[in-house]
Design a binder for this molecule. Structure first.
Ligand SMILES: Cc1ncc(C[n+]2csc(CCOP(=O)(O)OP(=O)(O)O)c2C)c(N)n1
Length: 620
């Protein structure tokens, strides 16, 4: 095995081309084998094996810096930089991350996880290099999907001003997670088919170089007219016109061609974009056939490509998706917006049923929010379905475009709370805090699947900004008997007892239910209330609990700061200074990757930890 000989980036430089090709094959086999067990991002990684090999051959790591956009495709990078043996623990609690992490390895130049940041980060690192008088290459690798995000354009706009080398590699596989969308995607398609230009350029240059003495000056003269030729042969020429040299397109599975283009790119004293064409899922038939499904995949059977565990019950995403379609059937004003996540958010169902009322805007959360505000201002009822951590991108748009104008935009926030193996960048643990601090915004969280449906019913009768947040995974099927219709700002008292009081929201209602049962076995009876609204906090419900109980426990799956518990505590302290409150919430820290139940344990929000903390609180 060649792969076993590669312990650090220098080792790969000892291989000849044939061995490099063999290595690529071995890496593919390795990725398929390992990811079929741990789960992870497969299709994107299979697509960049040769590209990564070629970059490791063309640059000197860790002095030269490679910044991977999103970072989900950096597995080969990890394998080639000494982490091959850690792949059994990929994305597991205590194991290596599925994304680049500076704290994990000196070969990881910059942490990523959210899309469209790599050009900005790389540009900053190149500027740092220049100011500090250093001499190394900085390479930002960005996908065509990530190139739909606004930040990438802000960065390109500034990269065009660089007067030292800065290399941008556009890894173009014509796919985001789903089909890529929009004008840039169309533009890149145009370039792909305009390959003739580069051949023509090469031909002209090669023939003229051979003419003695006048050859070079002639080439220079012709280059001045080359824009004219390009304009004819390449639709747009966007990058060159901005001042960024465009090289490509290059076959991203041809190591020799890639090395050649990197040699050219390294010679330039300004920003250069190398357009590389790759195939998502390359080398594994099921992933080539269905790259979306193999973008991020749970453990699967290598032979068939089928997931090892079948889903038994619907998750919150399914419940949301189905209910939204039912509501949209009755109300033509309902439109749905996603930022490149039609499958993940469940909106692909809506897209099929109501194609004209569905908008996939690309990885552009800011635009998703403001365009939804625009649609609301025009009289529609936009629903923005988005993951909690990605909505962080749209914060100013929520404040400035939705909430100041008090527009009826409904945010359906999926993957809220701990998400697990994607780790720090993807945990949805800040949304209560960032949303509840905005005037005019109300926030709800369902305890179970029936309540999510009821909340969606309510949402369509409410004509101001509103958010419903629900976690990843199977929807809770307990507590079905508590199914009161949703009333604005009102929670519900599920059990009224004597000894102590639990006040929980969202996913933590089921944990609180479990805690209550355990306490019952220990001989203590707990009241249990479901807050339902994280904002506004139901103060009548607190009054009722305060009448009976001297101590109150709040439970939420959000950081403590700015969350539900502190809002409840502020009210209690003002009106019932004698009452003590224990807040069960997440700490002021980023939460790393790992299995969700292990994370909950580690963070002290699983039922056993809650019981332990309650025992201390009640001095038992
Ligand atoms: C801000 C943000 N929104 C959404 C995502 C989810 N996401 C991860 S990868 C991806 C598609 C990226 O496509 P591309 O850059 O072309 O990379 P590929 O996987 O095709 O190699 C999306 C939408 C994200 N990581 N960050």
């Amino acid at each position: 095995m060649i792969l076993e000989q590669i312990q650090n980036p220098e080792d790969i430089k000892k291989l000849d081309l044939e061995e490099q090709k063999l290595l690529a094959q071995e890496i593919r086999d390795f990725l398929i084998e390992k990811i079929s067990v741990t789960g992870g991002h497969l299709a994107s990684n299979l697509g960049v094996v040769e590209l990564t090999i070629a970059m490791f051959l063309s640059f000197d790591l860790p002095e030269d810096k490679i910044i991977w956009d999103v970072g989900h495709q950096a597995y080969t990078h990890k394998i080639l930089s000494g982490r091959r043996e850690m792949f059994d623990e990929l994305r597991q609690y205590g194991g290596i991350s599925g994304f680049p992490k500076r704290k994990e390895s000196p070969y990881d130049a910059f942490d990523t996880g959210h899309s469209s940041t790599s050009i900005s980060a790389g540009l900053g690192m190149a500027q740092g290099r220049d100011i500090l008088g250093q001499d190394h290459y900085v390479v930002s690798v960005i996908g065509d999907g990530a190139l739909t995000g606004g930040m990438a354009y802000e960065a390109l706009n500034n990269a065009a001003r660089m007067n030292r080398n800065f290399i941008i590699v556009l890894n173009d596989n014509n796919m985001s997670i789903s089909e890529n969308v929009g004008g840039m995607s169309r533009y890149l398609n145009g370039i792909r088919t305009g390959e003739g230009y580069n051949d023509l350029k090469r031909l002209v240059n090669n023939s003229l170089e051979k003419v003695p003495v006048i050859g070079r000056p002639l080439i220079d003269k012709i280059s001045r007219t080359k824009n004219g030729i390009k304009q004819l042969l390449i639709p747009g020429m966007l990058f060159e016109n901005m001042g960024i040299t465009y090289l490509g397109p290059v076959d991203g599975h041809d190591i020799r061609a890639l090395r050649k283009v990197f040699r050219e790119a390294k010679k330039l004293d300004h920003a250069v974009l190398v357009h590389v064409r790759t195939k998502k899922g390359k080398g594994y038939a099921p992933a080539e056939r269905n790259p979306s499904r193999f973008h991020g995949i749970s453990p699967f059977d290598v032979e068939t490509g089928k997931p090892k565990a079948e889903k038994k019950y619907p998750d919150y995403t399914d419940i949301f998706a189905k209910k939204l379609c039912q509501l949209a059937e009755k109300d033509e004003r309902i439109v749905a917006v996603t930022a490149a996540m039609p499958d993940g958010t469940g909106l692909s169902h809506f897209a099929k049923r109501f194609p004209k009322r569905f908008f996939d805007v690309g990885i552009a959360e800011e635009h998703a929010v403001t365009s939804a505000a625009g649609m609301a201002a025009a009289g529609l009822r936009p629903v923005v379905a988005v993951y909690s951590s990605f909505l962080q991108r749209g914060y100013d748009q929520i404040v400035h475009d939705v909430c100041i104008q008090n527009l009826p935009v409904l945010f359906c926030i999926d993957r809220a709370g701990l998400v697990g193996s994607d780790g720090e960048t993807h945990q949805g643990i800040f949304d209560y805090s960032y949303l509840t601090s905005v005037p005019n915004m109300s926030v709800m969280a369902p305890k179970n699947l029936w309540e999510l449906r009821a909340m969606l019913d309510f949402a369509m009768t409410y004509d101001r900004p509103l958010a419903i947040r629900y976690p990843r995974g199977q929807a809770y099927r307990g507590l079905k008997e508590f199914a009161a219709p949703v009333e604005y700002g009102k929670g519900e008292l599920l059990y009224e007892e004597e000894d102590c009081a639990l006040l929980a929201v969202g996913s933590m209602v089921s944990t609180a239910e479990h805690v209550r049962e355990k306490w019952k076995e220990m001989g203590y009876a707990c009241s249990l209330a479901n807050g339902r609204f994280v904002k506004p906090v139901d103060t009548d419900l607190i009054d009722r609990l305060a009448e009976k109980h001297g101590k109150l426990v709040t439970l939420e799956e959000n950081v403590l700061q700015g969350g539900y518990g502190l809002a409840v505590t502020a009210y209690v302290h003002r009106h019932y200074p004698q009452i003590q409150v224990l807040n069960i919430a997440l700490p002021d820290a980023y939460v790393e990757h790992g299995n969700v139940s292990k994370l909950r344990e580690g963070l002290g929000i699983d039922s056993d930890s809650v019981i332990r903390r309650m025992k201390e609180f009640f001095r038992m």
